[in-house]
Design a protein around this ligand. Structure first.
Ligand SMILES: [Zn+2]
Ligand SMILES: [Zn+2]
Length: 368
């Protein structure tokens, strides 16, 4: 826990070489000042931004990561290709890692834990080498399809196809502003769900993480901003739980279900929607854990800061002072370890208590 937000392991540092394409894409957008922005390029930008946002949210996220509805094999391929065209790597890479985000939310094993700072959860985790690979064990259900493995292995095919098409339709402006502009915007708005949606917005449901609901992020991401809802009940194809929580990706999926292209859209049961609300007194474990982690980091920072401040000449002049100091440091470290253990135990008990009371409520028929 001490490492939170302080030090990065070697494989967690930015690899400038492998990240050069990602960074260069940002620079390419600036060429729009040279190429100008034609009306065709604006249309390409809008179509590619909203179109690919749909494939990422409805396809990569709600289908491949969460299986919140069913698709035939052709539509499954269309979703995978559309998602891959957003240049966020292949479907199996994306979905397998996302499943782990939910499995280990806000812990050290969470690949983009917001507890490791905003930068890390936004892009740091992508720019380093740690998560280059993906594990087929995390996504056996989809890894069995050869076409999905192909799209994941050759993840450049889909974005290149869209880039070339943008150039053929809109010329240099179409490529620079239409394709690269929308791709960069799409990256950051998608990443906001990992970064901003864990620090900005409101929490309705008690979860074990720091997810929040934000209308602004929901607007930018076709409905993914209702992130606290999503962490609370991931199985749902619908992330806006109430009519005022607009969720465009879900509306499109609903439309596709009317023509039979999408089946079995999962909804949150009515009783789930009214359970585990923070305002009804449910213990907000996620925020409690986050505050504790933050406090630990603050204590650690103060201590390492003070160690640096001590004049080495002073310690040399009085060896006894150094011994006493070392002894005190040991004592503090031991006390902190004991305190951390007590808090961990208290958390485990609170979690168990929460589980028991939910089970009781279930048995009494108050919630699902
Ligand atoms: Zn998710
Ligand atoms: Zn999340």
């Amino acid at each position: 826990m001490i490492n939170h937000g302080i030090e990065r392991a070697p494989d967690e540092r930015v690899n400038w070489k492998t990240s050069s394409g990602f960074l260069a894409a940002h620079a390419v957008v600036l060429l729009a000042f040279v190429t100008g922005v034609t009306p065709t390029a604006v249309v390409i930008f809008l179509v590619l931004y909203w179109g690919r946002m749909f494939f990422i949210t409805a396809g990569y996220h709600r289908y491949f990561s969460h299986r919140s509805y069913k698709l035939g094999r052709v539509m499954q391929f269309v979703m995978a290709f559309g998602g891959a065209s957003a240049a966020q790597k292949g479907p199996l890479w994306w979905a397998s890692h996302h499943r782990n985000h939910h499995r280990y939310s806000d812990t050290d094993l969470d690949l983009h834990s917001p507890q490791k700072g905003f930068w890390w959860s936004h892009v740091g985790w992508i720019l380093c080498d740690k998560h280059n690979d993906w594990n087929a064990d995390d996504i056996r259900d989809f890894a069995k399809f050869p076409e999905l493995r192909f799209l994941t292995r050759y993840d450049f095919i889909a974005p290149w196809t869209v880039a070339i098409a943008s150039f053929l339709i809109g010329g240099w402006s179409g490529l620079v502003f239409g394709f690269f502009g929308s791709t960069v915007a799409l990256w950051h708005c998608t990443f906001f769900v990992n970064s901003l949606a864990h620090v900005f917005g409101r929490r309705r449901y008690a979860t074990t993480d720091t997810s929040r609901n934000s209308a602004i992020i929901a607007f930018l991401t076709l409905g993914e901003g209702w992130h606290n809802n999503h962490h609370y009940y991931q199985a749902s194809a619908r992330q806006g739980f109430f009519w005022w929580e607009f969720d465009v990706s879900y509306y499109v999926l609903r439309g596709l279900s009317f023509v039979g292209l999408v089946k079995d859209l999962k909804q949150p049961p009515a009783r789930v929607k009214t359970a585990a609300r923070i305002r009804d007194g449910s213990f907000d474990m996620g925020m409690f854990k986050a505050h504790w982690a933050k406090a630990t980091v603050a204590v650690h920072n103060v201590r390492s800061h003070r160690s640096k401040d001590v004049d080495p000449a002073l310690l040399e002049a009085d060896p006894e002072l150094a011994t006493r100091r070392a002894h005190l440091e040991e004592l503090i470290a031991a006390n902190r370890a004991a305190l951390a253990e007590h808090v961990q135990n208290a958390l485990a008990h609170a979690e168990e208590l929460g589980r028991l009371s939910r089970r009781q409520e279930r048995q009494a028929g108050t919630i699902d």
